[in-house]
Ligand binder design. Structure first.
Ligand SMILES: [Zn+2]
Length: 496
């Protein structure tokens, strides 16, 4: 049995003096106005040999290096211990956002992981503003993680050491926290579903919690029964891997009411009796990305020592088929007492979240944010790179949108007009787990969830599109993306 590579953990340093060794990386920027003389700035290039400077000057002169965003050029230096210099373009001022800086760090690493490398040194100078230094470091780490976990011939080599010259130890540590937490989220999603079942997911959350000093409670099927979590139990009933509910607690904010972040954790979604075709089922190990995002974000929040109280809840179940499977037409009395009629067993995420949100509400949070790979309808509406936001509190939603904007993770709010309320009313129970046909499916799913948050200000984030990618990009592998970890951390950090 092949065991997957451990999570990437290159040794990260912040040397004060530059030593020309291994691969050196520097950055080029473009002038903002085309009327200005063609201009490329290279930072700290004095550290390299004369031959490298000459080669570089020629490449700049000839236009081979333009400093455009996304441009990566490798230059031979002629230096015996640092034979390769990588020049990464950052574009014009407006293009040098946190998101782009992170992507640049990741893209540079992804260019270099085809070979085993002892050391990569980033010469970070004025080209990157200090408030984005952590994003660069985070990106270099996310570039080290991919979905190739079970290949017997490794074709991907994590560098042993990454050095950041000109970056403060604090920014480096924060970037390392962010990058490694995003990688944890991605790893949880990328693991095969038979491995990452509810029990194993809960176990990994527990390990993270003990490493970071978080409280961790795991409800097994007996406890779920006792707690009245009949909705979670119904979805998980047909699986040989029983459901779990994970509660993580971080206390950084004294006596204040906690913030709750809640994740959908359907570790595999066959659709149940409303079975999915193979094409729709093939990536359904990713249906726990919301819960994985909660675990990654809680880790980062704890490591950064943010001065807030935060509770993370993961509702975990595997949606399978057996003689005991929950059925269409079933009525379930949820933990809250509200009854739901099941009209499609593939709309199981909202059923799991019904009980999970109810447990969150019991902790009297000041706000709830839930994350879920909930609907294909959200992808139809917004495409597969944008998360949909739905809320009962426009003010709260604005604060989250602002945080996501600062991190350059695209989100878009969808309306929650009361006219949609009708669409989830059931003739048999209080509500039903589907809307009316396909129309407005992302919103009717959110309307269903709204029944379980009471008066608590709440934002629902549908990450069905951006959580899992079909194809790679220069800055990341295909598979799990770790989307929204950064935005959540930013939002918790900025929330006053
Ligand atoms: Zn489903």
């Amino acid at each position: 049995m092949i065991t997957p590579a451990p999570l990437p953990a290159p040794k990260i340093t912040t040397p004060e003096q530059v030593t020309a060794t291994g691969v050196m990386v520097c950055f080029a920027v473009q002038a903002d106005k085309s009327s200005e003389k063609k201009y490329v700035s290279i930072d700290r290039i004095d550290e390299l040999e004369t031959s490298a400077k000459t080669a570089l000057a020629q490449l700049i002169q000839s236009g081979e290096i333009e400093g455009k965003s996304g441009e990566i050029v490798q230059v031979a230096t002629g230096h015996p211990s640092a034979p390769i210099l990588v020049v990464a373009g950052l574009g014009k001022t407006a293009q040098r956002t946190r998101g782009k800086i992170l992507e640049t760090g990741a893209a540079v690493i992804r260019r270099l992981v085809d070979k085993s490398r002892a050391e990569i040194t980033f010469l970070v100078g004025d080209a990157i503003s200090p408030e984005h230094h952590d994003a660069l470091v985070a990106g270099t780490l996310t570039g080290c993680e991919g979905q190739h976990l079970y290949q017997s011939e490794p074709a991907f080599f994590v560098p042993e050491k990454l050095a950041f010259v000109g970056v403060s130890p604090q920014a480096t540590a924060e970037g390392e926290t962010l990058g490694s937490s995003i990688n944890l989220t991605r790893r949880l999603v990328n693991e095969p579903p038979t491995i990452m079942n509810p029990t194993e997911f809960a176990e990994r959350a527990k390990i993270m919690a003990s490493e970071e000093g978080l409280e961790c409670e795991i409800w097994d099927e007996t406890r779920l029964e006792k707690e009245g979590c009949r909705a979670i139990l119904a979805v998980g009933r047909a699986s040989t891997s029983p459901p779990r509910l994970v509660i993580l607690k971080y206390n950084g904010g004294g006596d204040e009411a906690p913030i709750a972040i809640v994740g959908k954790g359907v570790t595999f979604d066959s659709g149940g009796l409303s079975i999915k075709p193979s094409d729709g089922m093939v990536d359904m190990k990713c249906d726990m990305a919301g819960a994985a995002t909660v675990v990654g974000a809680m880790r980062a929040i704890a490591q950064l020592g943010l001065k807030r109280n935060v509770i993370g809840l993961c509702g975990l179940a595997e949606n399978m088929i057996s003689g005991d499977a929950y059925k269409l037409g079933d009525v379930i009395e949820t933990r809250s007492g509200k009854t739901i009629e099941i009209l499609n067993t593939d709309a199981e995420g909202r059923v799991v979240l019904a009980d999970t949100l109810d447990v969150a509400v019991q902790h009297k949070p000041s706000a709830i944010i839930d994350l879920a790979t909930l609907t294909g309808a959200c992808m139809v509406a917004l495409g597969n790179e944008v998360a949909g936001l739905m809320t009962n509190s426009d003010d709260l939603c604005r604060t989250f949108s602002d945080a996501a904007g600062q991190e350059n993770e695209p989100v878009w709010q969808l309306p929650m007009f009361s006219l949609y309320d009708e669409k989830v009313k059931s003739k048999v129970a209080d509500i039903k787990n589907v809307g009316e046909g396909r129309w407005g499916g992302a919103i009717t799913a959110a309307k269903f969830l709204e029944n379980f948050v009471g008066e608590t200000p709440w934002v629902h984030i549908d990450i069905a599109g951006p959580a899992f990618a079909d194809s790679p990009k220069p800055h990341r592998d295909a598979g799990a993306t770790g989307v929204m970890v950064r935005s959540l951390v930013r939002w918790v950090r900025d929330r006053s």
